[in-house]
Design a protein around this ligand. Structure first.
Ligand SMILES: *[C@@H]1O[C@H](CO)[C@@H](O)[C@H](O)[C@H]1NC(C)=O
Ligand SMILES: *[C@@H]1O[C@H](CO)[C@@H](O)[C@H](O)[C@H]1NC(C)=O
Ligand SMILES: *[C@@H]1O[C@H](CO)[C@@H](O)[C@H](O)[C@H]1NC(C)=O
Ligand SMILES: *[C@@H]1O[C@H](CO)[C@@H](O)[C@H](O)[C@H]1NC(C)=O
Ligand SMILES: *[C@@H]1O[C@H](CO)[C@@H](O)[C@H](O)[C@H]1NC(C)=O
Length: 394
């Protein structure tokens, strides 16, 4: 008798527990299994996500850029696809055309405003002086606003325009991606500023990024996927150009000081995005810690099937196979024959660094696989759920 009663009591508890569990867990479960359907993407950034902007304006990134995947220069500083390409593919969207590219572009599912060498803040130097692109984030925003207005005027004209331009509603349903900031940090070092001086202007840089996101939000943008900046101090061009004191090198060969500044930027970025979540109640903002993924790849190279993390695949000699005067694809005329003197390595698929500044397609693919499921995101949402606002946010 007694045991049966106890059993029944326990059953009751179990049932009660189940009901509670169902009420608490099921609604959030039903939300979390539904994925977003992004009909378009709009990207802002630098060379990490440039799919042809700088090439359209200032000349093609030369072969062997593009050799692995596109088999021809494709406006990307890599042997193949970039993170942004893998993101587009996984959302079943076409690769993004660069807004500046007037040849063969199709903007029906978005546009890319990124250009290699872009900074967040407007630069005070020209591209020929410092290599910094004049298409800084403020210009990219102006181009986006122009695209938003004029694409709708032209879409109404129908015919080919109808098929090449996005629908109006795509602007609010799209995924807005950002990968920019690295060049704002190196810009200071190019002016011989100290790390303290570089850190001092980071808040100004981030307030300009926040303002851009706010303006996109005012125009209807809701889903934001924002990459932080990578481990600068592990890039051959930084090691080659800015490293004066060898003592600053860590056990992996990376320059601590530059990684510290990148992490400082990332910490401030994370804080800035927390403020934005409060200011923009309808926005879904995802911070993606690309830094940690790249750092893991560079420090545990062998484990992941790669080699030579600090040596560029495509370059022209030196410790890092990087020479800033003879960049990847540089040609020289020898006895009347034009030859590429900064060539690609034998097997870019086992290399991490492509040209001293950018990652190989193989590395980009690996990084993408790490970030797509949300393991490195805050809040920890997979890419396909980046439209969902975290209820904890407000
Ligand atoms: C460019 O110069 C202006 C005026 O001196 C200054 O306010 C701004 O911060 C500078 N921008 C950069 C990127 O250094
Ligand atoms: C543009 O791309 C979309 C999606 O890939 C495609 O359906 C459409 O036909 C393309 N437009 C033209 C004019 O090629
Ligand atoms: C930075 O320092 C180097 C080496 O002293 C010098 O050659 C260069 O002109 C300086 N650059 C600027 C922008 O002051
Ligand atoms: C120039 O290139 C062609 C084709 O690769 C080769 O046959 C020729 O010998 C080269 N000429 C010189 C002077 O190197
Ligand atoms: C996300 O994917 C990576 C790489 O495939 C894997 O190592 C990691 O455990 C995954 N994380 C989650 C939370 O599924």
């Amino acid at each position: 008798m007694e045991t049966r009663f106890l059993l029944r009591l326990r059953d009751h508890h179990v049932l009660f527990g189940l009901v509670i569990w169902a009420t608490l867990v099921l609604p959030s479960l039903s939300i979390s299994v539904r994925s977003c359907s992004f009909p378009a993407m709009f990207n802002f950034g630098d060379s990490n996500s440039d799919t042809g902007g700088l090439s359209a304006a200032f000349g093609q990134a030369p072969y062997p850029n593009g050799e692995t995947y596109f088999h021809t220069p494709s406006g990307r500083y890599s042997d193949g696809r970039l993170l942004i390409d893998f993101i587009a593919e996984s959302l079943r969207l076409p690769h993004l055309s660069a807004f500046l590219d007037s040849v063969g572009s199709n903007f029906s599912h978005g546009a890319n405003f990124a250009t290699a060498g872009s900074t967040i803040r407007p630069p005070n130097t020209t591209i020929s002086q410092s290599g910094v692109s004049p298409i800084s984030l403020d210009v990219q925003l102006v181009q986006f606003l122009d695209f938003l207005t004029r694409s709708q005027i032209y879409k109404k004209k129908g015919e080919v325009f109808g098929k090449l331009l996005p629908k109006k509603e795509y602007f609010s349903q799209a995924l807005y991606t950002f990968d920019i900031g690295q060049n704002d940090l190196t810009a200071g070092y190019k002016l011989n500023l100290t790390t303290e001086q570089v850190k001092a202007y980071v808040p100004d840089v981030l307030s300009q990024l926040s303002n851009t996101i706010k303006i996109v939000y005012e125009q209807g943008g809701r889903s934001f996927w924002i990459h932080n900046t990578g481990p600068l101090g592990c890039l051959p061009y930084v090691l080659d150009r800015f490293l004066i004191n060898r003592a600053q090198i860590d056990k992996y060969g990376c320059a601590d000081q530059f990684n510290e500044v990148a992490q400082y930027f990332n910490q401030r970025l994370k804080e800035a995005l927390l403020h934005l979540k409060k200011d923009l109640p309808l926005a879904a903002i995802t911070y993606v810690d690309v830094y940690s993924v790249k750092r893991a790849l560079i420090t545990q190279t062998k484990k992941y099937g790669f080699g030579n993390p600090l040596v560029a695949c495509c370059g022209h000699g030196g410790k890092y196979n990087y020479n800033r005067y003879v960049k990847c694809g540089t040609k020289k005329t020898i006895n009347g024959n034009e030859t590429v003197i900064a060539k690609s390595c034998n097997d870019p698929t086992v290399r991490i660094n492509w040209d001293g500044v950018h990652y190989t397609e193989a590395a980009n693919k690996w990084i993408f696989q790490e970030i797509v499921n949300g393991s490195f995101s805050d809040p920890p949402k997979p890419l396909k759920m980046a439209c969902l606002r975290n209820r904890m946010d407000h």
